[in-house]
Design a protein around this ligand. Structure first.
Ligand code: BES
Ligand code: ZN
Length: 637
């Protein structure tokens, strides 16, 4: 069966060059599942050197040792390659890797060449295969491997042991794994990881059980991912971490000092998985575990399969920021099951997920919270669109030109505009029809890459079904390919924040705010109020707000961030120590970058503060965060 599957794949390469290659389901005999690749123009990935239509990696087996002293990983990657008989070479993506040797599985050297390095893409590693279809690469990651962050003990909650965490999306995994690092080239994988005691290793694959002793104070951990995934989803973390079960198929890893707090915040996880399944079909990955990382993790969350990576900054004590968990969980369908073929269609991952996230929140916590979160996101989207210009290409869902870069979606518009698109379609066709279609879309393309053109064609075929009136109402192409917000966009319910907006208006008019009312508000309501305050406020007003609302002492990092931003943009000296403390511990780019930007905008007052703080904190941030903040703080004199 496996041979047949491979033959038919190869045949389709040769005969159906321009069509999607058929994949194969996992076989009863256990041979691995192979996903199809797309070969249409819109599915090509300009940020990868791979030529998957010639030769593609289908399976990666890693055997790596984590070296905390040198801050590198070293060992071997054994790749299975699927290629037509006539194919002689396979091209991989690498960035800063030291390639020691390439051999076949009998140990004979295979010729290889590392090409020129291009900024942001890395260098192609071209291996001459001959008739071989498995290669073993011995290598070491470079000293500045961007995916990896090596933390000193002081950056952890326990303060005693070092820590390693990785972030692969979008194109960083090529700094520690030599493979075809493109979201449209799915691979199964396995890993054997050697780490110093007492560190425990987790990965975005199922654990092979207890570690085994490797001598010299080291232990070996095994992992497997038998479902083909986009390679940016391979992730690793190692530290002094422990596990707590949350439900029959879910649990949380974190440092011992964080375990109870993390588990309490995540107590609804199993219910979230149930809600997600009720909405859009079975959870297909087996377990859903999470790791709550040290605060230097550069994102809020990352949807690594079977092991979502989370910032600890979502812990507020009241589960008010668990939309993040719903989001990463939703990616188990939108993103991990059906994946954008390249980064120009990031909205397929992020927009669909943001919609799905909101539906989970609604199911679990009710419409009040869901509609408030929708309104908050919609307002943020409108603000960004206004800032960028409603004719700016960056505000389209399908990104083109420079915006189609792996980081093109970072403006955030694709998240909320994508969600808004689906909320609009849902409102027009009705929830039942919409849900049936979305679930069927995930089913039809499970474990496959997808493009904007594909989802639109699918909607037309399976949802619009030739109804011209409906087609005219939906404005599908405008939503996906045009900048700005289409005229049919479903507006958020004004009732969602009626009370808060009234309070904000009263504050604007006469600087009064009822403290008792604030105390009763939800996290979203408080954030809404902070967003509606006058942007310019004198010190006395800021002091009063802080005193009345307890902003400095807030346990909610979103509120703390909003408060810091407001105070720094007003050159409010008393907030500087708090900003400094926050920036010294938190490395989440969404918080760190805007705070430095705000400081840098404050000329003689803010620039020296920004430079002083950054000189101290830069070394504690992940490359994702320094990549952005360097431009802001160091790029300017
Ligand atoms: N997949 C993203 C993170 C990401 C996007 C990494 C693009 C690299 C490139 C993740 O699911 C995400 O969107 N995280 C958000 C949380 C969310 C609730 C909007 C974040 O980190 O803030
Ligand atoms: Zn996401």
């Amino acid at each position: 069966m496996r041979l047949f599957a491979i033959l038919s794949l190869v045949l389709s390469i040769v005969t159906l060059g321009a069509c999607s290659m058929q994949g194969s389901a996992p076989d009863a005999d256990g041979s691995p599942m192979v996903s199809p690749i797309l070969t249409t123009e819109d599915a090509k990935d300009p940020y990868s050197y791979a030529q998957p239509e010639v030769a593609r990696v289908t399976h990666v087996a890693l055997d790596l040792e984590l070296n905390f002293e040198n801050r590198d990983v070293s060992g071997t990657a054994t790749l299975d390659v699927l290629a037509a008989d006539s194919a002689d070479k396979v091209i991989l993506d690498t960035m800063g890797l030291e390639i020691l040797s390439v051999t076949d599985n009998a140990g004979s050297d295979l010729p290889f060449e590392v090409g020129e390095t291009k900024e942001g893409i890395g260098a192609p590693l071209t291996i001459t295969l001959g008739d071989k279809r498995q290669v073993i690469i011995a290598y070491k990651s470079g000293p500045k491997a961007k995916a990896l962050q090596w933390l000193v003990p002081e950056q952890t909650a326990g303060g005693k042991h070092p820590y390693l965490l990785s972030q692969g999306q979008p194109t960083l995994n090529r700094t520690w794994i030599p493979t075809q690092d493109s979201p449209g080239i799915r691979q199964t994988w396995e890993a054997k990881i050697t780490a110093p005691e007492p560190l425990t290793v987790v990965m975005s694959g199922l654990s092979g059980g207890d570690p085994t002793d490797a001598g010299k104070g080291r232990r070996v951990f095994n992992f497997t991912m038998d479902k083909p995934v986009a390679p940016y989803l391979i992730a690793i973390a190692a530290g002094d971490i422990v596990f707590k079960e949350l439900g029959p198929r879910s649990g949380v890893w974190t440092e011992p000092a964080m375990l109870d707090k993390a588990a309490a915040e995540l107590a609804d996880t199993e219910k979230m998985i149930d809600a997600a399944e009720e909405l859009y079909g079975d959870y297909r990955w087996g377990r859903y575990d999470m790791i709550v990382l040290p605060p230097s993790f550069p994102y809020g969350g990352m949807e690594n399969p079977v092991m979502t990576f989370l910032t600890p900054t979502f812990i507020a004590g009241d589960r008010s920021l668990t939309g993040l968990v719903a989001h990463e969980l939703a990616h188990s369908w939108s993103g991990n099951l059906v994946t954008n073929a390249n980064w120009s269609d990031s909205w397929l991952n992020e927009g669909t997920t943001s919609y799905f996230e909101n539906r989970i929140i609604e199911k679990l916590y009710g419409n009040k919270r869901a509609s408030q979160e929708r309104a908050l996101n919609f307002a943020a989207m409108e603000e960004t669109i206004a800032e960028k210009g409603s004719d700016a290409d960056i505000t389209a869902l399908h990104l083109t030109g420079e915006n189609a870069s792996p980081e093109g979606g970072a403006s955030g518009v694709i998240y909320d505009k994508g969600a808004s698109f689906f909320h609009t379609v849902e409102a027009i066709v009705g929830r039942e029809k919409f849900d049936t279609w979305l679930e069927s879309w995930f089913d039809r393309h499970a474990f496959e890459p997808a493009t904007s053109a594909m989802i639109l064609a699918d909607m037309r075929k399976n949802l619009v079904k030739g109804d011209e009136e409906l087609e005219a109402k939906l404005l599908l192409d405008e939503w996906v390919y045009q900048p700005g917000l289409p005229s049919n966009a479903l507006r958020p319910d004004p009732a969602a924040f009626a009370e808060v907006d009234k309070a904000a208006a009263a504050y604007v008019a006469n600087r009064t705010l009822d403290k008792a009312v604030w105390e009763k508000w939800t996290s979203a309501e408080r954030l809404r109020l902070l967003s509606k305050l006058p942007q310019q406020l004198p010190d006395e007003e800021l002091a009063k707000l802080d005193g009345d609302l307890g902003l400095t002492a807030s346990a909610n990092n979103e509120i703390l961030f909003a408060w810091l931003k407001l105070s720094l943009q007003n050159r409010y000296d008393p907030a500087v120590p708090l900003a400094e403390e926050f920036l010294a511990t938190v490395g989440r780019r969404k918080f760190v970058a805007p705070l430095f930007e705000t400081l840098m905008e404050q000329g003689e007052w803010g620039k020296p503060i920004a430079k002083r703080i950054y000189a101290k904190t830069r070394g504690r941030y992940h490359a994702v965060t320094t990549g952005t903040v360097d431009k802001t703080v160091l790029g300017e004199d």
